[in-house]
Write a protein that binds this ligand. Structure first.
Ligand SMILES: [Ca+2]
Ligand SMILES: [Ca+2]
Length: 449
């Protein structure tokens, strides 16, 4: 009668026929008594194979745990050794009804602290020792009814050796990444890794914001990052890469090693970051007050002096380190900051005027000099600066937002080389770069008024 009965129509007819059944099932479901849910809470439980060798050699490294739940339940999976010691693989974990399968490679994630000769270490996970274990898979439904299945599994040839991170050291503990050239500009992180691992991470975190990790990279050396042996990392807070370091505060340096079998170890040391940041300074108004300058030219008679005054401003959030010669110092034409430093060292034993990495100085240069900025001064008078004793030595800093007055003279006591015409100022961050060059260029005419 209906030779071309459409599939849709047939489906509808079946739906009508089944209507009564469906309604019945829905009613049952409404009462929380769905047909499917009838029967044992936990069923179809197995753990196969019942013998494994968890050593990441690719053979029998894991067993497959299977179980099915008819109702929502809290699930426990544990292993108990022959001495009665229980190890939890899953503990009170909420599970929806359904069929489950999980591979188990003998590893238990049960963080604990271990005191070793190489320091306190946190064991995050470890392969269980070889032996016979009784496993127990237990489900507890919302009504508190418990159902459990047990069996045994044998572990042989397992690799439970921990990838210990011995003698983990972070030096110094107070880190001031601000390129002032002192030892606190970088942190050395070192440790000895006890065995080859699959993954090795070293990072810095703020404990209040643990998801934000600043990873430390190891400089390529003889030993691969994941190889057993001594490891050294150098952390400059990113300042070396022209980035701002993490904000000042209390941090942790964490190293984590995990081997292929699943043994994992973590070590932690505190690290405080203080006065971190990129130093930035400039000459106020990019201007030098050249004495007796007229139309950008200064006439200096032979044995006369070329004198100047300028102001340096710390435009950054970190203290900027400087050193002598101090404002007011005079140079003879053939002298430079190192010859003055040698004289000062001989006079009072103060070595600080020699070129030091990380120190900022204001310099004067001219176009035929063989040396860059032979004449240099501190970027402020002592009264403009903050003095600190660090490692028994006086260090001087131009603090954030502060201004340092710099003045000085060069005695033109000999004829400058032929072609010496243009002179200028510069702000030098020693061993880092010339922060500002070619400041306020002038022509200096010697002995020719
Ligand atoms: Ca194996
Ligand atoms: Ca520093």
């Amino acid at each position: 009668m209906f030779p071309s009965l459409s599939p849709l129509y047939r489906t509808m007819r079946w739906a009508l026929l089944l209507g009564t059944l469906t309604v019945g099932a829905l009613l049952l479901a409404g009462c929380g008594q769905l047909d499917l849910a009838v029967g044992p809470l936990l069923h179809d439980v197995s753990m196969a194979p019942d013998a494994i060798s968890p050593n990441a050699d690719g053979a029998d490294d894991a067993t497959e745990i299977r179980y099915s739940l008819r109702r929502p339940a809290m699930l426990d999976i544990s292993f108990t050794n022959e001495e009665g010691e229980r190890f939890a693989f899953r503990e009170g974990q909420r599970r929806a009804p359904g069929d489950y399968s999980v591979l188990w490679g003998g590893v238990i994630d049960d963080p604990r602290t271990l005191e070793t000769e190489g320091g306190v270490q946190e064991i995050l996970s470890q392969v269980l020792a070889d032996g016979l274990y009784t496993w127990r898979i237990q489900a507890t439904d919302d009504a508190g009814a418990t159902s459990a299945v047990t069996g045994t599994i044998t572990l042989t040839g397992g690799d439970s050796e921990l990838p210990l991170l011995n003698n983990f050291a972070v030096v110094p503990e107070v880190f001031r990444p601000n390129q002032d050239g002192l030892r606190d500009d970088w942190v050395s992180v070192s440790y000895n890794l006890a065995k080859d691992v699959a993954s090795m991470l070293v990072y810095v975190i703020d404990p209040n914001e643990p998801t934000l990790r600043y990873y430390l990279a190891e400089t390529p050396g003889d030993v691969e990052v994941t190889e057993a042996g001594n490891h050294d990392l150098r952390y400059e807070g990113g300042v070396d890469l022209n980035a701002e370091p993490p904000p000042d505060g209390d941090y942790q340096v964490i190293a984590e090693a995990r081997d292929l079998a699943g043994n994992a170890v973590r070590v932690v040391r505190p690290l405080t970051i203080e006065e971190g940041g990129k130093p930035r300074a400039d000459v106020a108004g990019a201007e030098i007050q050249w004495q007796d300058e007229v139309n950008r030219t200064v006439f200096v008679p032979m044995d006369g002096k070329l004198c100047f005054e300028t102001v340096v401003v710390n435009e950054s959030a970190v203290p900027i380190r400087t050193s002598g010669p101090w404002p007011g110092a005079e140079y003879r034409f053939a002298e430079n900051s190192n010859t003055l430093a040698a004289r000062e060292s001989e006079r009072v034993g103060d070595e600080s005027w020699f070129q030091q990495a990380g120190v900022w100085r204001f310099g004067i240069n001219f176009d035929t000099t063989g040396v860059d900025f032979p004449y240099r001064w501190a970027i402020g008078r002592k009264e403009d600066l903050e003095m600190r004793i660090i490692d028994g030595r006086e260090q001087y800093y131009l603090m954030p937002g502060e201004r340092g007055v710099v003045n000085g003279c060069i005695v033109i006591d000999e004829e400058p080389p032929v072609g010496t015409t243009v002179w200028w100022g510069g702000l030098i961050h020693q061993s880092v770069g010339v922060a500002n060059n070619n400041i306020d260029r002038i022509t200096v005419n010697v002995g020719v008024p």
